[in-house]
Design a protein around this ligand. Sequence first.
Ligand code: 1PR
Length: 579
Amino acid sequence: MPPPPPPQGAMATGAANHAVPCSAGRPTKRNQRRNPASLSVRASSEANTVTLLDYGAGNVRSVRNAIRHLGFNIRDVRSPEDILSADRLVFPGVGAFGSAMDVLTRTGMADALREYIRRDRPFLGICLGLQLLFDSSEENGPVSGLGVIPGVVRRFDSSEGLIVPHIGWNALQINKDTQLLQGVDGHHVYFVHSYYAPPSDANRDWISSTCNYGESFISSISMGNIQAVQFHPEKSGATGLSIFEKFLSPNSSGAKVPSHKKASKLAKRVIACLDVRSNDNGDLVVTKGDQYDVRDHSSSKEVRNLGKPVELASQYYIDGADEVSFLNITGFRAFPLGDLPMLEVLRCASEKVFVPLTVGGGIRDFTDASGRYYSSLEVASEYFRSGADKISIGSDAVFAAEAYLQTGVKTGKSSLEQISRVYGNQAVVVSIDPRRVYVKSPDEVQFKTVKVSSKGPLGEEYAWYQCTVSGGRDSRPIGAYELAQAVEELGAGEILLNCIDCDGQGCGFDIDLIKMVSDAVTIPVIASSGAGSVEHFSEVFEKTNASAALAAGIFHRKEVPILAVKEHLEDAGVEVRMQ
Ligand code: 1PR
């Protein structure tokens, strides 16, 4: 197994790991309310410092960003003593249960944590940071946990068609009156996990909220000063930041969480996508094409420039996007780690956008001009370190799926397998760029066909969807259906399903394609390409099993606001997150 990525703490204590923090000089939420003189005193004081336990198994940059955004400093745990001397401890568990316990036990931090909790010191566990409190987990196990709370952490059962991982915005049912969760009853918060802690008589006193996904699971615990949440407050927009603020500053009431219709289940997600590339002047811009052609059709033939990536991403977050995706659409040409502006875009966006960020483009093994070899894992790690919550693989996943289908052997060496093994499959999206190919009969091809809703130009009644690589430039001998199933087996946690025929056309999503793929896998499918009106979003959710719908052009050109999409979905009876 490749070595885990270096701890964030090692490179990012007190300031972001880049020379000029994107937020330098800008007011944060807390310091807006104080005068600058009092701020400088507070900023250096203990009261404004939170201790972060980052044991180096993955990316906790988002947690750091949320803490700093709320005006707090971070002190990293370097030794078990740092845990015992903490005033407030945040523990964002990442990675697999077993490897986390290995590191905590080996470093003496497991005992320090148990003692810190026994003393009832302020503690906030996040995600795996909740699960590790339990007796044990079934994840690659059984593996013993910290043994603070009775119970065994289990995997969601996908055998009856439940989509696993549980990714997205789900509703909390509050069971206990706690300061931390005040005002968020019935709100959606962001989850991403495949394992959960089941409620039982033995742990009932600990439970402060539950959530339903296939069955009821523990979404938060609270006992004295010990709090932990299965969801990600740092990625749950205003609701999440308010929860964080109440932990960091117990006397605060937290940011005001707007009231709205009560949430009851997993919401369908609305995602804003930013296709990013350099224009002819070398500036990184958000662009958008027609069927993947991003150049203007006037005589200039310039790359269309629809705005600046960080500004647009921040605006979409404010407007209520449930996620933001960046696709570095020419990443397949150049070495992505050479694309420093793109990494800077991610760093800056992650300081302002408190919903999940996905980045894709160019993730593959690479040897640079000097002969230095970079594994795809290194490329992905850099994206994660720069602020991505998920990475998206396009072309390289097609090659991996082709090889797998030919040999039937999982080599473990593809980018998809390597990255999902280290970061978990929930962190790996596969982006599929298929093109419709009409046929008269399913017997004409070896790939899965669908009976299309609109016949082809020669009256064909069937089509298969041929996958492409390199931004639609090269077609490959594999269908979208076959690819989706293969990448699920290889470790993909989600599928971003584009369609070159519909891209930028505004005529609606390709329902035939999306239905076929979303029925073929048990991981979430994001419908993409073709949104032109609010009705297209309700149509895709009513007619297919898509978990999310993504759009680009209509948002960039300000034709349809994100709020209008959500209000329409709500009216149509589709549950969405309102903020
Ligand atoms: O192959 O791993 O380097 O990844 C490249 C990534 O860049 C892939 O995810 C691929 O989809 C994307 N990409 C490559 N070329 C283009 C292009 O447009 N020339 N963008 C491109 C594709 C697809 C969607 C788009 C929707 C919604 N973009 O993300 O935003 O179709 O658009 P719409 O709502 O305006 O219809 P690799």
